[in-house]
Design a protein around this ligand. Structure first.
Ligand code: GRF
Length: 231
């Protein structure tokens, strides 16, 4: 069953459900941008597979939902519970912000084309885990983060936008992760702003921006704006 998009205020698709498993700094970036008038959206719920996730504490208790995914006998049972809870919040978009569990097919089908994820690498490089260590092992001079549509294949959906950082001499995974995280926050805010304004969609594994195919991801500039990559 596919959920019809919930009408947002003034018909803008700006009701955002956030999925988070951990610290929640990306969620906090969204909350701060909303509070500061830089993001025209509402966080209508925060959902977690880990009841102890610090991310949950960043919003009022009425917006929190969590279940320990490990307590469910079948993966699909947790997925069904999560999907029902998210649908209950009536989101236009589902944003995975440090959500560390693979979403099942039923969930993806239900919210198809309306799920975004932030991933700490310049996709298609380094899908999955240990992205910072892998970039260092490969001797990359540049690393970064991507916001992409979520599809069944892990971290393989169409990329909306990216932010780049240099890899510096002496970096270790922790220093590089910190540098990447600093650009994740404005990147996620800017990408969610496009989503909440109804400006992006996904069709046939391609991002549409204002109805036109985007052949390379938008790039975050130093002022926190997204623009087409210079040719
Ligand atoms: C971020 O680096 C995100 O890209 C990755 O997990 C981390 C979550 O950080 N998927 P936070 O929970 O948003 O602070």
């Amino acid at each position: 069953m596919r959920e019809p998009p919930a009408p947002g205020p003034e018909s803008r698709p700006n009701r955002i459900a956030v999925l988070a498993s951990g610290r929640g700094s990306n969620l906090q970036a969204l909350l701060d941008a909303i509070a500061g008038g830089r993001l025209d959206a509402d966080v209508v719920g925060v959902f977690s597979d880990r009841p102890t996730a610090p991310a949950l504490q960043r919003v009022h208790a009425s917006l929190r939902w969590s279940r320990d995914a490990r307590a469910y006998a079948r993966r699909s049972d947790f997925d069904d519970a999560l999907a029902a809870a998210v649908a209950g919040a009536g989101p236009d978009w589902v944003v995975c912000a440090g959500y560390m569990r693979i979403l099942g097919d039923a969930f993806l089908e239900r919210f198809a084309g309306r799920i975004l994820n932030i991933h700490p690498s310049l996709l298609p490089l380094y899908r999955g885990l240990r992205t910072h260590a892998r970039a260092l092992e490969a001797g990359d001079r540049e690393h970064g983060a991507s916001v992409h549509f979520v599809v069944p294949e892990l971290d393989a959906g169409a990329v909306v936008a990216q932010a780049r950082v240099p890899v510096l001499p002496g970096d270790d995974p922790a220093t590089l992760a910190r540098r990447v995280l600093a650009v994740e926050h404005p990147l996620l805010v800017a990408a969610v702003q496009l989503a909440a304004a109804g400006r992006i969609a996904e069709r046939d594994a391609t991002v549409l921006l204002d109805g036109h195919p985007l052949f390379t991801p938008l790039l975050l500039d130093s002022s926190g704006c997204l623009s087409p990559e210079p040719q």
